[in-house]
Design a protein around this ligand. Structure first.
Ligand code: MEV
Length: 417
């Protein structure tokens, strides 16, 4: 049986890592070559993705190993510029084995908002009376979505002030992120809503606070695997800090989003939408943490995340960007819901890794090696010099550009360092 547990993956040369991923995910020679080329996006594709293209801003794509989500072994592609995130996710996933993460999703229902100014008094009742007519008009805009089992499901109306109403159109968008389908429907039904309410429609746009499209993921860490009961207690107290203080909650959630965004970006999804939804959701009852960590009956650590995740596997960059297509293939997902389940699990793992590090040895120790390599690189170190200079700076506890330059000079003058 294939396993995402690939011992020593981090130590392999890049080509060997690619071969391991190729074998795991059944990639073709061309797909594996695309990974090793470090050149995922061609000029032609970039030029049709956005306007005024002049170049390409690349990010490293790493693979988080060890994940098991709902009993399935998964390798997780993560696109991110920050050191330690991929290693931390892999390590957190390793400690969660062999059970791994379990996750469930709601139906993929998005909200389209239509703002109505100056509605008549009985507008809300009238809207509900003519709900079927409104939903059929919405569904007439996207026959393909309806054919695949999605479509407009319901409407809700609320007065926001004396003269402003909002109508929510709830749309099951299946495997799409949903913005296009929902916005098209919202625009199409606005004239009918004006007629029914006697008001004037102004904005017609999807809401990123996707409260009807949520994912829950859970994990249990055995106390002996993560450093004993003391570590369990410390992580529970770290969570309590975030629950009591929005300043900490923001950083706690940032750590979760390190993992979530990296997979969202790797799969070509809209990470601004995910960020907006996550933080708005975290703020619904006063800003708080998106995860909960508790000690269970056996003294083990139980963690849970609930988060809105509007991600798709069709449409947009997911099907245009060659690296996004490849990332989806590596993940082996066949629905947007499955992708969301993996992403939520990665967010939970990332949060665990950050809290464990923060509550025990502190975050800096783990960051130092890669940070030192970055500094060595910026100071001009090449090839083997990178490791030698970085190691020396970590040993000395002095990771500075000046010191890196001195060390590079020493190496080039054949001085022993
Ligand atoms: C750094 O990118 C993320 C952390 O600050 C998250 C946290 O504090 O929980 C380490």
């Amino acid at each position: 049986m294939k396993s995402s547990r690939i011992p020593g993956f981090y130590k392999m040369p890049i080509e060997e890592r690619v071969n391991a991923v190729k074998e795991f995910a059944g990639l073709s020679d061309e797909e594996a070559a695309l990974l090793t080329s470090f050149d995922g996006l061609t000029q032609d594709i970039a030029d049709i993705m956005i306007e005024n293209v002049v170049g390409c801003m690349q990010l490293p794509l790493g693979i988080a190993t060890n994940f098991i989500v709902n009993g399935r072994e998964v390798l997780v592609p993560m696109a991110i510029e920050e050191t330690s995130v991929v290693a931390a996710a892999s390590n957190a996933a390793k400690m969660a084995r062999p059970e791994g993460f379990s996750a469930t999703v709601s139906e993929p229902v998005m909200i389209g908002q239509i703002q109505i100014l100056h509605p008549e008094r009985d507008a809300e009742e009238k809207l509900l009376e003519r709900k079927d007519e409104i939903l059929s008009l919405a569904n007439a805009q996207d026959k393909v979505l309806v054919k695949f089992g999605g479509g407009a499901r319901d409407i809700e109306a609320r007065m926001l002030s004396n003269d402003m109403m909002v109508v929510h159109l709830l749309v099951d968008v299946r495997d799409a992120m949903g913005a296009n389908a929902v916005n098209t429907m919202a625009e199409a039904i606005a004239p009918l809503l004006e007629k029914i309410t006697g008001g004037k429609a102004l904005l017609r746009i999807l809401s990123n606070l996707a409260v009807h499209r949520t994912v829950e993921a859970e994990v249990t860490y055995k106390k002996d695997v993560i450093g004993g009961e003391e570590t369990v207690e410390k992580i529970v107290r770290a969570h309590e800090f975030a629950a009591l203080d929005p300043f900490r909650a923001a950083t706690h959630n940032k750590g979760i989003m390190n993992g979530i965004d990296a997979v969202v970006i790797a799969t070509g999804n809209d990470w601004r939408a995910i960020e907006a939804g996550a933080h708005a959701y975290a703020a619904m009852n006063g800003y708080g943490p998106l995860t909960v960590w508790e000690k269970d009956g056996q003294g083990n650590l139980h963690g849970k995340i609930k988060i809105p995740l509007a991600v798709g596997i069709i449409g947009g960059a997911t099907k245009v960007h060659p690296m996004a297509k490849l990332s989806l293939k590596i993940l082996g997902v066949s629905t947007a819901s499955e992708l969301a389940e993996i992403i939520a699990s990665v967010g939970l793992a990332q949060n665990f890794a950050a809290l464990r590090a923060l509550a025990t040895r502190g975050i800096q120790a783990g960051h130092m090696k890669l940070h030192a390599q970055n500094i060595a690189f910026m100071a001009g170190a090449k090839g083997d010099e990178l490791d030698i200079v970085a190691r020396k700076m970590v040993e000395e506890g002095n990771i500075k550009m000046d010191r890196a330059k001195e060390l590079i000079d020493d190496i080039r003058k054949n001085k022993k360092i």
